[in-house]
Design a binder for this molecule. Structure first.
Ligand code: NAD
Length: 279
């Protein structure tokens, strides 16, 4: 039987509406600064989408578009200014940065209280021990999608393909927090297919089009596709071979319209949380 599609657009609209209502109800003044360095077209699209989401939610957005030649010192200075700015509750530096800039150094400079991406080591550490204010937006969005489908993670075999700091590792941690039995796969994993076939919940965060095929998926599995790839003809697609996997899974997220919109919705949620923890 064909899988039910988890509609990320609908779930993200609901999350954003809840954020909007919360802001309106309490008369909160919330601001998000988005910093983009250089002119990467994909980053540009993400930044524009974040700006639009801010408008929908009633969050003031401040955009800083810096030239590709910006020095590390200049960028760190801007981060310091934003850290000190009372109107700015959340700071997001769009990654990837141009090669001459040290991403780790820049992220560590953001005040952990304004780190709405939850990439700062202090926030990562909090997530590790399960006592956090912010969750990284993409994994948090995946969890929200899993919940929206009424799936209880507890006791389930969960397999995450990918171990990046942004997606794979925190995703594994969030599944673990909800009592999943979690396996993390990566480029050195042996027998990937066999490991994936054990999964009740399979999360693909690889960055390769059509990487997950039907023979890697157990009948009735829940499949969450984080990948954002372009096919040769320029079309957007995920890591999962949707047509064949959707014949086997019980639930599946599409690309586009799955995890992508959730990432932005969770960013809005984190920005309001930032306002609250800053008092
Ligand atoms: P990354 O390149 O940092 O990590 C990819 C991971 O895949 C690595 O840990 C690597 O070990 C693993 N991998 C690579 N080849 C493999 C193989 N043959 N077998 C098993 N594992 C393999 O990427 P990332 O930042 O984690 O992003 C992953 C994908 O998710 C990308 O397509 C990215 O565009 C997308 N993404 C989407 C969102 C969203 O909002 N939907 C957000 C962030 C990233």
């Amino acid at each position: 039987m064909a899988a039910q599609i988890i509609d990320g657009k609908a779930v993200s609209a609901k999350v954003k509406e809840e954020v909007r209502q919360e802001i309106e109800r309490e008369g909160l003044e919330v601001g998000l600064a988005v910093v983009i360095v250089g002119d990467d077209p994909a980053s540009r699209v993400y930044v524009n989408n974040k700006k639009k989401a801010c408008e929908v939610c009633g969050i003031k957005s401040y955009e800083y578009a810096l030239p590709a030649e910006t020095t590390e010192e200049e960028l760190l200075e801007l981060v310091d200014t934003l850290n000190a700015d009372k109107n700015v509750n959340g700071i997001l530096v769009q990654l990837p940065l141009p090669k001459h800039l040290n991403e780790e150094k820049v992220i560590e400079r953001i005040s952990p209280l304004k780190d709405v991406d939850a990439f700062h080591a202090a926030n990562v550490g909090k997530i590790m021990i399960g006592n956090y204010a912010f969750l990284p937006c993409t994994p948090a969005g995946c969890m929200e999608l899993i919940h929206s489908a009424g799936i209880d993670v507890s006791g389930k075999e969960c397999v995450v393909i990918g171990r990046s700091n942004i997606v794979g590792k925190p995703m594994a941690m969030l599944l673990l927090h909800e009592n999943g039995t979690v396996t993390v796969c990566h480029s050195r994993t042996k027998d990937l297919k066999e490991v994936c076939r054990r999964a009740d919940i399979l999360v693909a965060a690889v960055g390769r089009a059509n990487f997950v095929t039907a023979d890697m998926v157990k009948d009735g599995a829940v499949v969450i596709d984080v990948g954002i790839n372009r096919t040769e003809d320029g079309k957007l697609c995920g890591d999962v071979k949707f047509d064949e996997v959707s014949e086997k899974a019980s639930f599946i997220t599409p690309v586009p319209g799955g995890v992508g919109p959730m990432t932005i919705a969770m960013l809005m949620k984190n920005t309001v949380m930032a306002k609250r923890i800053q008092g």
